[in-house]
Design a protein around this ligand. Structure first.
Ligand code: SER
Length: 581
């Protein structure tokens, strides 16, 4: 049996032996990228470097990144999908390309992990409207490794990225493993679910612009991502990720608490285990997200509530979230890989308990409302949802159980309206991103560094950044501070920033070890491991902050800084909206 830690160590050792520098996992909350709520892939924190900025650790990197994908939430419940997962990745930033990445992947899987070649298959980019040519070059490299032509499939969809709306992307080649019973078929058919995709090699040649055009990147990159959960399962001969050590302790605890068996209730067990694990990682992240009705906090809320709802299906009528969270917090594997989880134990448990109490009350109230009725229409269902946080799917289920008349079309229309509403609400998100190196975003980004330092001077050194959302139109900045700022304080902050702008301070960066950065008093959330090199951006002598950039060269380019609003974001966190004029 291969342990998860061993699998990860072997991955990193292998790429270190191929001259890759090992970097740390970044926060689950993307820094300065308004186009996505969570880090969805290892490449995400590396976007500035894929676009051509120089990375302090060089051109070959590898790591294991915490990721969260809500796009797959409806798939969770099967054997292989998750919201939170760990991604093993390696990158070439304008260094090696197709031939090397394909041979590295093959060597690692077959020689280091010992996977049987007979069970592996490949898909390559089959061409599409924007790029009609199929990826002949990758095909050749796979054939050179003696993969049979029947095991190489050309797929139109083999295109990855960008992570948000704009940014680096390109054709990809994916590696699949046969998890079905019996011998793997000679011919690879990617629609057969027994072939599980374990590793994706993206051949990142393009930048998708805001106009939807693909332009060649300054440099050709490689971006690979392998899902730890799936790979650990297939290496150990499981056709179900939840049978691995990553989930078994949680599954066992659910069985203890509910008195039910996993084998008879797989879907509910999997959803609960997955969602609570995700919630623990979001709550335990250094950025400290709590449940709320917006952004990351809302996703977190939905994950917790969905877990509770599936708990009901197992007869779990009393609070159980913290009991499951404790399994993860005290698990040796998670403890070793992600010490922040143990460090933030109190916050995780308190917030989970609060949310579970709140949701159970909400459910009770909503149920009472529900029981007053004989039938329910779409608008009422939607009201239960918006007023009581009653998930629409729960309303549908309850209506069925109570033999209520429910007009399906009406309901679907209401649901669609809601989806459109939330899409419109989030449409404002999609105007920038890490890949957005437009002059305006760059200016706002530099102003954000000034803002953090000015807040620390005016309010005190307890102020830390808790998330920044920058686009071409404005800055949204969350920070730790528990009281409403006074008008005088706001004015002081504004004045201090405008003084720095008028001083025409140079903006630049130095590369140094993370310890040196800390010692110099640079700001940052310090997720890096000992000895890792980071970029510290300085604005004159006023501010120094760990950051990937890019920034303007001098504060004189910033114009005039104006605070638009100061408000509460969540408990202990304030939010400032500001812009440059
Ligand atoms: N970015 C690619 C993916 O997420 C490879 O890491 O699949």
């Amino acid at each position: 049996m291969m342990k998860a830690q061993e699998l990860k160590d072997k991955y990193l050792d292998f790429f270190a032996s191929k001259n890759h520098k090992i970097i740390s996992s970044a926060s689950l909350i993307p820094e300065n990228d308004p186009t996505v709520l969570f880090t969805t892939a290892g490449m995400h924190p590396l976007v500035p470097y894929l676009m051509g900025e120089k990375h302090p650790e060089g051109k070959r990197l590898a790591n294991i990144q915490k990721c969260l994908r809500t796009g797959d939430i409806d798939e969770v419940g099967d054997a292989i999908h998750h919201t939170f997962f760990e991604m093993l990745g390696n990158w070439s930033l304008g260094d090696y390309f197709k031939s090397e990445t394909i041979s590295y992947s093959w060597e690692l899987l077959t020689k280091i992990y010992g996977l049987d070649k007979k069970n592996l298959a490949i898909s390559i980019f089959g061409g599409n409207q924007a790029v009609p040519e199929y990826d002949k070059e990758s095909e050749k490299y796979w054939l050179d490794l003696h993969i049979t032509p029947e095991r190489i499939s050309k797929v139109t969809d083999n295109w990855w990225g960008p992570a948000g709306q704009i940014g680096p992307c390109g054709p990809d080649t994916e590696i699949f493993y046969w998890t079905g019973s019996g011998i793997a078929p000679k011919k690879f058919d990617e629609s057969d679910k027994s072939w599980v995709e374990i590793w994706n090699n993206v051949l990142m040649e393009f930048n998708k612009t805001a106009d939807g055009i693909f332009i060649p990147l300054k440099q050709k990159n490689v971006d690979t991502g392998m899902g730890l959960e799936r790979t650990l399962a297939v290496i150990n001969g499981f056709d179900d990720n939840y049978l691995t050590e990553l989930f078994q302790p949680i599954i066992e605890r659910i069985a203890d608490l509910s008195g039910k068996k996993y084998s008879n209730n797989k879907k509910a067990f999997r959803i609960i285990a997955d969602h609570i694990r995700s919630a623990v990682f979001v709550l335990g992240d250094p950025m400290g997200i709590a449940p709320s009705n917006t952004g990351q906090g809302y996703v977190l809320r939905r994950l917790i509530r969905r877990a509770i709802r599936f708990g009901k299906a197992l007869g779990l009528e009393h609070n159980f979230c913290t009991a499951l969270a404790q399994v993860i917090i005290n698990d040796q594997y998670y403890n070793h890989s992600y010490p922040e989880i143990k460090r933030n134990e109190d916050f995780i448990l308190t917030e989970l308990e609060k949310e579970e109490i709140k949701f159970r009350q909400t459910l009770k109230k909503g149920l009472r409302e529900f029981q007053k009725k004989k039938s329910i229409n779409g608008a009422e269902a939607f009201q239960l949802f918006s007023t009581y946080g009653f998930p629409l799917e729960l309303t549908e289920e309850l209506a069925r159980e109570n033999n209520f008349q429910i007009n399906k079309n009406d309901f679907a229309a209401e649901f669609k309206k809601h989806q459109e509403l939330s899409r419109t609400a989030s449409a404002g998100l999609f105007k920038g991103g890490l890949a957005d190196d437009s002059v305006m975003s760059k200016r706002h980004h530099t102003a954000t560094h000034l803002l953090l330092q000015a807040l620390r001077i005016v309010l005190g050194s307890h102020v830390e950044q808790r998330g920044a959302n920058i686009n071409t139109e404005r800055i949204r900045f969350d920070f730790t501070h528990s009281e409403k700022m006074t008008a005088a304080q706001l004015k002081k902050v504004e004045d201090l920033i405008n003084e720095q702008i008028e001083k025409r301070l140079p903006v630049g960066f130095k590369e140094m070890s993370v310890e040196d950065a800390k010692q110099r008093g640079a700001m940052g959330i310090f997720t890096q491991k000992y000895g890792e090199k980071v970029k510290v951006y300085t604005v004159g002598d006023f501010s120094q902050e760990i950051c990937g950039g890019p920034h303007v060269d001098n504060t004189k380019e910033l114009g005039h800084f104006k605070i638009l609003k100061e408000e509460s974001s969540s408990a202990g966190i304030r939010r400032i909206k500001a812009k440059l004029e």
